[in-house]
Every structure is written in C-alpha cells, then in structure tokens.
Design a protein around this ligand. Structure first.
Ligand code: SF4
Ligand code: SF4
Ligand code: F3S
Length: 385
C-alpha cells in the first residue's frame, strides 16, 4: 500500500490546479466529495457543490505535529482500505510539514517547519496527534532539542484552526491514564486561545478526519461541536444509538461469553463490557476499512475509545458501570482552558469547560510530588485549581 509522498514546497495554490497536476479527474473528485457529503449526512447535491467550491479554493497549508503517540492515528489515515479516497486529502491540502512523512531530518526539518509557519502565519491548519508531556521539564518528548509543549505553543500561535486527531491529543489518551507518569495533557489544556476541533478515537476513523477537514476547507467554518469539541455530525450519536445489535439489547438478549450461543447468534455484547451506550463516535455508521466492519460487528464490544479518560474507567470487559462512565450524554467534559472566548468569537458552540475529569486529575497531580520541572513549573502548563 503506497503512502502519500511528501510534497515539495511551493506547489500549486488552488485545489483544482493540484488535482489536474496529479491526474485526478474532476469526475473522481466529485465522486469523492459526494461520498464525503454522504458520510456527513448532507444532501446528495451538496457533494457536487462541495467539489465546485473546493476546486477553486486555495489549498490550505497544514502543519502536522506528532507528539506522545503511537502513530496509530497516522496509520489510520495513510493505510486505510481505500487509499485513493482518503489520500485525496493529501492532494487537497498543502502538507507543508509532517515529521513522520517528510524526507528531511534534523535541522532541515526544523527549517521546513519554521518556513511553513512563517509563510502561512495566521492561515495554516495545525493538526496534532499525541498528548503533550510536561513532566521532567518536557523531556519526555522533544524534537530538535525542544519540548513538545514549546513546539505546540509556538505552532499554535499562527494556526487558524487546530485539529486534534486521536484521543491522545484530544483528551490525553493512553499517556494521560493514571498515574500519568509523563504528566501528559491534551492539546486543549496547553493551548488556550485558538479554535480547536477534536477528532477523537484510538485511532480515529480516517473518513471522520478527512470529512471534518473537507467541511472546514469548503465552508471556512468550524463545524458544530459537542461539549468535547468534537464535530456533532460524526459524534452526535452513541454507538448504541446506531448499533445493528440494538434490537437484541431491547429484547434483553445478551451474549454471556464470547463463544456462547448468544455470541454466535449476534446478540448484544452489553454484558461482555460493550461501552457503546456511552460512546459517541461514527463507527456504527461510517465503520472502518472502507465501511467493511467495526469492532462490534467483529464480535467485540466497544471500548469507548473516543471518550475522555477511557483507560481509567474500569475493565474493558466489565459491564458498563454508570458510576464510572456516566450515562449517555453525560461523560465528563474535558477542561478547555481559556478556549471559551476564542470559540465564542468564532461562533462555535462549545460546552462550558468546567471539567470533572480534569479537576480530578489536577487534584491528583497536585497531591502527587511533581518531578523536577514537571506540571506547574513548565510555562505552558495550565494552572492547577
Ligand atoms: Fe495511538 Fe490511540 Fe493515541 Fe492515536 S489515540 S496516537 S492510535 S494511542
Ligand atoms: Fe449497544 Fe453494545 Fe449492545 Fe450494540 S452491542 S446494542 S452498542 S450494548
Ligand atoms: Fe472505538 Fe468503540 Fe469505535 S472502541 S473504534 S469507538 S466501536
């Protein structure tokens, strides 16, 4: 499976020019846009309108930063089942910096990032995967001798939008799990004054990311977001709301083990730990691998991977506990430090950011002896309250 090749700088500025240069026909592009519009439950005619708008649109500059992550998010986009569709996004955008893909290394890579930020200041989309560790003076994740939090803070200044891909950058993810040894934070806890969209999931679905990006590029508007800054069009329903096993749940037919008659008959996986009732994501509709399947269809319950703190909410195989997971729609909102004003200015519906989870974590961190240079000492570390 081929990966998108890193793009040289100074390529055609319009999407249409770029598509022509890469031999992508208008017809194929309209088809792609129609498929994207369909995923977003937009009327069919909007696919062609989206293609029309995109064709003449300037290619947005994208700077992609990877911090404390496993590269699973990136793999989700680049090794997807239908690369010709998902990878089209790499032709639509101008991927001006990505340390995972780019051939440059060392000082050449640093120069590329500085150039990309300078030339597109105030206009680029910053995509981030991975959480941001602040322990040990930021020493757990550095690039070019600089701490991840410093790089993020600098890159965020010139971003017109930040898209966090994956649960690590959206909510902290695995690195944030108790006891959070690196004192990792989500991007929203570090960056307080830029619009942020979280595309959560561990990893997120490729089409959810590309659809979010396409919508923004087409309309210039941030999509409607839920209280966790996720696009409602993809995160507006729980897995349970759309699950094909739901009739069995309603009938009280539950598999008791992974190999019993109920499991073989496709009964509900609730008693085997499925977190679908409290998990907001598009897996049951968009699915994975080009719409082939999703975890529940493969016989395993949902782990709740797109929700804040999913690693700290008890066993993946324990029956859903209302105490740990809350009821649907009431998962703990993650704190978004200082984000309210920018979001309001951008006309974005953002839930008020008082966070039970983050406050619990902050209290936990405050009680723990921080490592030298850890939380509370880094200049970009949010204040404890
Ligand atoms: Fe890896 Fe999951 Fe984090 Fe993505 S969200 S970087 S897949 S651990
Ligand atoms: Fe709900 Fe999970 Fe059962 Fe599907 S398998 S109906 S998401 S509890
Ligand atoms: Fe994650 Fe659940 Fe989907 S575990 S991949 S949100 S079905």
């Amino acid at each position: 499976m081929s990966r998108p090749a890193p793009r040289p700088m100074h390529e055609p500025s319009s999407v249409g020019q770029m598509l022509r240069q890469h031999g992508i026909s208008r017809r194929a592009f309209v088809k792609y846009c129609t498929a994207t519009a369909s995923l977003m439950a937009l009327p069919p005619g909007l696919g062609a309108a989206m293609a029309q708008a995109l064709h003449g649109a300037r290619r947005p500059s994208v700077i992609y930063l990877s911090f404390q992550e496993c590269t699973g998010c990136f793999e989700s986009f680049t090794c997807s089942f239908a690369p010709t569709i998902e990878n089209l996004i790499f032709d639509v955008i101008s991927l001006d910096y990505d340390d995972t893909l780019m051939a440059a290394a060392g000082s050449a890579a640093e120069t590329a990032m500085q150039t990309a930020m300078r030339e597109n200041f105030g206009k680029y989309i910053l995509v981030v995967d991975g959480s941001v560790p602040t322990g040990a003076g930021g020493g757990y994740c550095t690039a070019g001798g600089r701490a991840a939090a410093d790089i993020l803070t600098e890159a965020a200044k010139g971003a017109e939008l930040i898209i966090c891909v994956g649960t690590c950058s959206s909510f902290g993810g695995i690195p944030y799990a108790d006891p959070n040894p690196t004192h990792a934070w989500p991007v929203s806890a570090i960056v307080g004054d830029r619009p942020i969209v979280n595309v959560s999931g561990c990893p997120p679905i490729a089409e959810v990311f590309t659809g979010t990006l396409m919508q923004y590029v087409t309309t210039g508007r941030i999509p409607d977001l839920d209280e966790h800054l996720r696009p409602k069009v993809f995160y507006g329903n729980t897995i349970h709301d759309r699950c094909y096993r739901r009739p069995f749940y309603d009938e009280g037919k539950f598999a008791k083990t992974f190999d019993d008659e109920g499991a073989r008959s496709g009964w509900c996986l609730y008693e085997l730990g499925c977190k679908g009732p409290t998990t907001y994501n598009a897996c049951a509709t968009v699915k994975w691998n080009g719409g082939v399947s999703f975890p529940i269809e493969s016989g395993h319950g949902c782990l709740g991977c797109s929700e804040p703190g999913f690693w700290d909410k008890g066993s993946f195989y324990g029956t859903l506990s209302a105490a740990a997971w809350g009821k649907a729609g009431e998962a703990e909102p993650l704190h978004v430090l200082g984000y309210g004003a920018a979001a309001a200015a951008a006309g974005v519906a953002v839930g008020a950011g008082s966070s039970v989870l983050a406050r619990q974590r902050l209290a936990h961190d405050a009680a723990a002896a921080p490592p030298a240079g850890g939380p509370g000492t880094h200049p970009t570390t949010p204040e404890k309250d």
